[in-house]
Design a protein around this ligand. Structure first.
Ligand code: AMP
Length: 286
């Protein structure tokens, strides 16, 4: 039988646990999550397990990165199920602080990553990346792992975290992991549970449309006509508001209609109550 991972709830206990491992010369991988785990998260866990002596998964639904209280309340949670999945995967510990432990009374510090946070999700979700930046900074400094794992599913977040870790000399290596998809192409997400049966059927079209846009960009053609067509296809399929559907440079995230450097096609679209985000790489002409 696999031992259940220890659930750690205070910074003091977390530090004690990790310090013991580091003193013994053992490496530590960290996987930050908001819980309600799926195979996308578990892929990060598998990478960490393969590359480190110990793996800590944090489960913390970060109030600071939600711009609407209703969205925070509606975020799915199931610690028992998560703990069972992490036990089966051989994770050593779960770092699961209460909001008061993370943000004690009087908490006043913010972390602002300029530039990269202006576009894509930063343009429509005010305060989102400020919330992400401060919580990831805290998670990394609380745990001080050797490596921390983030999904390319949230590509802009990965870029913001990389920038911040470099700028602040946080001594942790950030590793990006490819998006895990359902067999029909839909990127796995804790938010997919919001989809009705009919919405779930049309949801994979987002990936199909992004793939078509990325293919056109990869041929060195102007992507704008395909993006216009993509918007119509989304509307026709029953999607709601489109926050963005665009191709951007993979490093500086600047708009790129005919990319010559590594780029990605990005989308954020509403489908019923769910806001789906996804992105796919463009195979740029050599
Ligand atoms: P979340 O719990 O949604 O905050 O996600 C925690 C981590 O898992 C983030 O680094 C995400 O990018 C990553 N992640 C979420 N969904 C996927 C997926 N389908 N494939 C790979 N990584 C993912």
């Amino acid at each position: 039988m696999t031992a259940s991972p220890e659930i750690i709830t205070t910074v003091r206990d977390l530090r004690a646990r990790v310090t013991g491992w580091r003193r013994a010369g053992e490496t530590v991988g960290m996987v930050p999550t908001m819980g309600f785990l799926h195979d996308g998260h578990m892929s990060l866990v598998r990478n960490s397990r393969a590359q480190n002596d110990h793996t800590i998964v944090s489960i913390f639904v970060n109030p600071k990165q939600f711009d609407r209280a209703s969205d925070l309340e509606a975020y799915p949670r199931d610690m028992d199920r998560d703990a069972a999945m992490l036990a089966a995967a051989g994770v050593d510990a779960i770092w699961s602080p209460e909001p008061d432990e993370m943000y004690p009374a009087g908490f006043a510090t913010s972390v602002d990553v300029a530039g990269l946070t202006d576009c894509l999700c930063g343009a429509t979700r005010s305060g989102h990346f400020a919330g992400v930046a401060v919580v990831v900074t805290k998670l990394l400094l609380q745990c001080l792992p050797d490596h921390a794992y983030f999904g390319r599913k949230d590509y802009q977040q990965l870029m913001v975290v990389r920038r911040m870790v470099a700028d602040l000399n946080i001594p942790v290596e950030i590793r990006g992991i490819n998006t895990v998809r359902e067999p029909d192409g839909l990127a796995m997400s804790s938010r997919n549970w919001h989809l009705t049966e009919t919405e779930r059927e049309v949801a994979p079209q987002l990936f199909a449309i992004l793939t078509d846009i990325a293919e056109v960009a990869g041929r060195g053609e102007d992507v704008r006509p395909t993006i216009d067509k993509g918007r119509k296809r989304l509307e026709h399929a029953g999607f709601g508001d489109v926050d963005y559907l665009e191709v951007r440079d993979a490093e500086n995230l600047e708009l790129s209609h005919r990319p010559k450097r590594p780029a990605r096609a990005f989308a954020a679209v509403y489908l019923g109550k769910a806001r789906l985000i996804d992105n796919v790489p463009v195979d740029t002409p050599g």
